[in-house]
Design a protein around this ligand. Structure first.
Ligand code: NAD
Length: 298
């Protein structure tokens, strides 16, 4: 199948490489020459522009930073350039309103488009273990599924246009709030004199358990290996957590949803990111919530 892949960054590089590895003809484009060269090395075909990549594509996939990038790329270089029969899949995490507006533009031209944001991070992208949350028509979902399955292990049809983005931001709002709560609990346990590995052993199999605790435990040396053990490098960057929380707050406002926990998480991650921590794993926020924590080993 001829696939155009636009946006070859942290996520798109692994995803496009997996499609090429699966035998698809992947025409790749990124405004970064380094990213493009990397994709070509991984088996993709070099395109000189988005317009060139999509010209004979059966499927167009985008993995771009924000809604503004997605709207601009589709308006300038996909609509009117890609064949009307091409299936359009946006995998970026963007605001629901933009996802729906771009899909409405596509539909007005007689094209099928879905939103298919992902969970699973860079390792999921590299190892083809992503979860895809799809918004759009049954037809779009059925056509996209075999392609998405080459890049992930779970593909769920969340509902109509924008439902994939809705699922993603609701999930990530919950993630942000559980991380803050997990850090608070470890900080309080420490101040009350409880051994933190003991607390983990109890809480990770009790009702306080969460993905934040068992996969990204914020305390170095406690629980399974996590970014905390590597000075909070790698993992899920605070800047991306903040981006998703901001999208969640925008969406909450648009439907008048009460999200006090999400709002608190957003303001805490904003303060933490402003302190020069946007590139650290989001579990590093424990440093702000429990500032006089002893260094590991001391
Ligand atoms: P990234 O910044 O590493 O990659 C984005 C790429 O898009 C860059 O290489 C950039 O050069 C390229 N780009 C920007 N404008 C372009 C244009 N006009 N034409 C072509 N290429 C263009 O970001 P990422 O980490 O790969 O994330 C991509 C999306 O996936 C984001 O929406 C992010 O929120 C989401 N996401 C990221 C993660 C993660 O762990 N990194 C996890 C889940 C979802």
């Amino acid at each position: 199948m001829k696939i155009a892949f636009i946006g070859l960054g942290n996520m798109g590089s692994g995803m496009s490489a997996n499609l090429a590895r699966a035998g698809h003809d992947v025409a790749a484009f990124d405004i970064s020459e380094d990213a493009l060269a990397h994709a070509v090395q991984a088996g993709c075909r070099r395109a000189a522009s988005t317009a060139e990549a999509v010209v004979d594509a059966e499927v167009v996939i985008t993995m771009l930073p924000t809604g503004k990038h997605v709207a601009a790329v589709f308006a300038a270089d996909v609509f009117g350039k890609a064949p009307l029969s091409a299936l359009l899949i946006d995998c970026s995490t963007i605001d629901v309103a933009t996802a729906q507006a771009v899909q409405a533009d596509a539909a007005a031209r007689g094209m099928v488009m879905i939103d298919a944001p992902v969970s699973g991070g860079i390792s999921g992208a590299n190892n083809a273990t992503l979860t895809f949350m799809v918004g759009g028509s049954d037809d779009g979902f059925d056509r996209a599924r075999p392609i998405l399955e080459k890049m992930g292990k779970t593909v769920v049809h969340a509902g109509g246009s924008g439902a994939g983005q809705t699922a993603k931001i609701c999930n990530n709002m919950l993630l942000g709030a559980t991380m803050v709560a997990t850090c608070e609990a470890f900080a309080m346990a420490r101040r009350l004199g409880l051994d933190l590995q003991t607390f983990y052993d109890i809480s990770s199999v009790s009702s306080g358990q969460s993905w934040s605790m068992t996969t990204h435990c914020p305390v170095p040396g406690v629980g399974p290996n996590s970014p905390a053990n590597n000075d909070y490098q790698g993992g899920f960057a605070t800047g991306l957590m903040l981006k998703d929380l901001k999208l969640a707050m925008e969406a909450a406002q648009s439907v008048n949803a009460a999200v006090p926990m999400g709002a608190t998480a957003e303001s805490l991650f904003q303060v933490f990111a402003n302190g020069g921590n946007a590139g650290r794993d989001f579990s590093a926020i424990i440093k702000m919530l429990d500032p006089d924590r002893p260094k590991p080993g001391s």
